[in-house]
Every structure is written in C-alpha cells, then in structure tokens.
Write a protein that binds this ligand. Structure first.
Ligand SMILES: [Zn+2]
Length: 195
C-alpha cells in the first residue's frame, strides 16, 4: 500500500509489531484526538506503519489490529490457507468465537481432504486426524483437550476466550506443517538410495 495520508501528525515515537506486515517497526507518524494527552491511555491514537503505511488504533492499552497468532505455513492449498489466515485474523481483532468456529470448519475441511467421510461431527474429525497419524505421539493431550472443548460446545455457541482461539490455531498450524509443508520439503531421493 502506498498511502498518502492527509493531515498526518508527528507523535511520540513508539515501537510495535505491525499487525498488517508483521514487521517490528518504530513510528512517530499518525493521528490523535483533539483532547489527546500524551501518556493518558484513555485517549485513542493511530500510528501509521512506516513500511506498509497501514494504520493501527491504540486505546485503553489495547490495539487493533493486534498481531495475529500463529505463523504462515508453506505449501498449503489456497482455500485451506485462506480460512487459516481468516481464523488467525479474527483473533487479532478480538473476534475469538468467530475464530474458533472458523478453526473448527478448517479442521473438518482438512480431515475430509485427507479421506474422512463428510457429514461427521467436529470431534469425529479430530479423532480421524489423530488416528490417521497426523498428530505426533506426544500430541495426544492436544486431541483430548480439543475433543473435550468441542463436546462442550456441541449444542450451543458459548463465548470463546482468546486462549481457546489461540490454542486451536497452534494445533492447526502443527497439522498444516505435517500435512503440507514438511512432505513438500522432503529431499528427492538419489537413485542409489533405493538399492
Ligand atoms: Zn506494516
């Protein structure tokens, strides 16, 4: 983005990680409210990232967008990756329940692409991924935890916390690496290695 922001002001320089380009940056450019008092967290202010020119809103010691948890994973099909990015971005704007719902849909889609039958429950898909070898031996605790949380929400949509949403992203990132990224990085075997 090459934004030409109008009436930008010089502010006290701060350092933060940009939620858009994810670079660690320092900025002294942005906008402040008319009753802005430096150091008073009740007053909102907006800083512009000097690298990508995107604005981040700071107020009451929180910020929007925050940095999305999780990391990009290589070799993931675009439709799966799109939903993974969406689930991560939901967390960065405080939409934790929406993130959990997107993550559950993502896990179901991944399971079906790996051979699970359509029309099963979320918990059955998690079990399928585990029994198919996509979860490492010491990751069994993850499966038990996610299954328990999934069962709690079967007939209702309780509000989910940031921790709930973030741990699902962590689990999905691990799965995506096992299913897509690591297999694509296997070095091609030399002919004599088959002997
Ligand atoms: Zn940026």
């Amino acid at each position: 983005m090459d934004a030409d922001w109008v009436n930008r002001s010089s502010l006290t320089s701060i350092s933060y990680q940009c939620g858009f380009c994810e670079n660690k940056i320092a900025s002294n450019q942005g906008f402040f409210s008319r009753n802005y008092i430096p150091g008073n967290s009740d007053n909102g202010y907006i800083y512009i990232c000097p690298l990508c020119e995107q604005p981040t809103y700071f107020c009451d010691e929180s910020r929007t967008p925050a940095v999305a948890p999780g990391n990009n994973v290589a070799e993931v099909p675009s439709d799966v990756d799109g939903l993974y990015v969406e689930a991560r971005r939901c967390i960065s704007v405080g939409a934790f329940t929406a993130s959990v719902l997107a993550s559950r849909k993502l896990l179901m889609n991944i399971a079906v692409t790996q051979g699970a039958n359509a029309g099963q429950s979320f918990v059955q898909y998690v079990e399928f991924l585990s029994s198919s070898g996509y979860v490492p031996p010491h990751g069994r605790g993850w499966v038990d935890h996610i299954r328990k949380r999934g069962n709690e929400a079967t007939h209702e949509i309780p509000a989910m916390t940031e921790a709930d949403a973030t741990e699902l992203i962590t689990f999905i990132e691990m799965l995506l690496k096992f299913i897509y990224e690591f297999p694509a990085k296997v070095p091609a075997a030399k002919p004599d290695e088959h002997a």
